[in-house]
Design a protein around this ligand. Structure first.
Ligand SMILES: Nc1ncnc2c1ncn2[C@@H]1O[C@H](COP(=O)(O)OP(=O)(O)OP(=O)(O)O)[C@@H](O)[C@H]1O
Length: 326
């Protein structure tokens, strides 16, 4: 793998989430098993933003489900998920609840993930109550209303039910619900697929606000593991356009993991790009490197699918990268 990112999942423990050598298979329909994840390892440090990229079917959602502890590992499955160095698979219900407070999720089809019986404010207060966030009912409601305001959900819809919301409003409610317990990690599965261009822009601006908050922190963060052979690599030639202003939220921004097959969509949100192909990680690089000089064919295919990207110098046009020495 072209591991050029902040860490590779095999170095000493860092604060945050670690995927350690995860292997997963699904039934192949004829009594056997088909490997879908094959020894995936990576670190997702606190306070960083990363995009998990790859073509359809490469295993992104399966990896996300493993991280969310939503899958039940089969007898041939292996590997571990660690939070701050502590294994989290096979947790008791109580400890699972504490994991859910730390790691939150916005699913691909956000609208259908909302509880059809609950009004918008209750969608957001429910996880605070079920996950044991301290505070009275009134305090939870005030916090939910604060989040909805920050996410620019108009007050008129605060008491609407999900079927009365537009797609973009439902997406924002799902993001507010995930932010409500003040998680340290926010995982998003294809957050803008299926949205029309205007809503897509709105949601990307919202997420880039969180990403910008993280980027400001990353500039002052301790350096992460960089393999020795990569330590003198020059800075990325292309810096992404400065994201929108940070989400002005009293709580610290969570680390982001944004699953997508659209490099253009995530380039403004995430500072790191992780590319999967055929169930393995094939590239892990700063976003600027992925845009200018992707080394693996799957990463090049993603980059070449981007027609043009704004850059401080003008419009970025993808070119064939020079062959990288490894
Ligand atoms: N429950 C399941 N049973 C059997 N096979 C599955 C199951 N879920 C996923 N798969 C298969 O596992 C592979 C990886 O699926 P996964 O959803 O992780 O891919 P993905 O990269 O997220 O794709 P997409 O971008 O289209 O969402 C695919 O070939 C898929 O058909």
């Amino acid at each position: 793998m072209g591991a050029r990112g902040p860490s590779c999942g095999r170095c000493p423990s860092v604060e945050g989430l670690r995927v350690s050598n995860i292997a997963r298979s699904y039934p192949d329909g004829s009594g056997g098993l088909r490997p879908v994840l094959d020894g995936v390892s990576l670190d997702l440090p606190a306070g960083h933003s990363a995009a998990l990229l790859g073509r359809s079917g490469c295993g992104k959602t399966t990896l996300l489900r493993a991280l969310l502890l939503l899958d039940v590992p089969g007898p041939k499955d292996s590997g571990e998920i660690l939070l701050d160095g502590t294994p989290v698979l096979r947790r008791s219900a109580r400890r699972l609840r504490s994991y859910r407070r730390v790691v939150q999720y916005v699913p691909q089809d956000a609208a259908s993930s909302l509880d059809p019986r609950l009004r918008v404010v209750s969608q957001v207060t429910r996880p605070m109550r079920t996950l044991g966030v301290p505070g009275s009912r009134e305090e939870h409601t005030a916090a939910a209303e604060d989040l909805l305001t920050r996410l620019e959900l108009p007050r008129q819809v605060w008491h609407s039910r999900p079927h009365e919301l537009s797609g973009g409003q439902a997406q924002r409610v799902a993001i507010a619900r995930a932010l409500a317990p003040a998680p340290r990690h926010l995982l998003l599965d294809e957050p803008v697929s299926g949205l029309d261009p205007a809503l897509r822009r709105q949601v990307l601006e919202l997420l880039s606000g969180i990403g910008a908050d993280l980027a400001d922190k990353e500039t002052t963060a301790q350096p992460q593991h960089v393999p020795a052979e990569q330590q003198d690599r020059p800075a990325p030639a292309l810096d992404c356009a400065r994201p929108a202003p940070a989400l002005d939220c009293a709580r610290p921004a969570p680390a982001l993991l944004v699953v997508s097959h659209d490099l253009a969509a995530v380039a403004r949100i995430c500072s790191r790009g992780i590319v999967m192909d055929g169930g393995v990680l094939v590239e892990d690089a700063p976003m600027g490197d992925l845009l200018t000089a992707p080394s693996h064919p799957a990463a090049r295919a993603l980059r070449d699918a981007v027609p043009s990207l704004p850059s401080p110098q003008g419009v970025y046009q993808p070119q064939q990268p020079a062959r990288r020495q490894t």
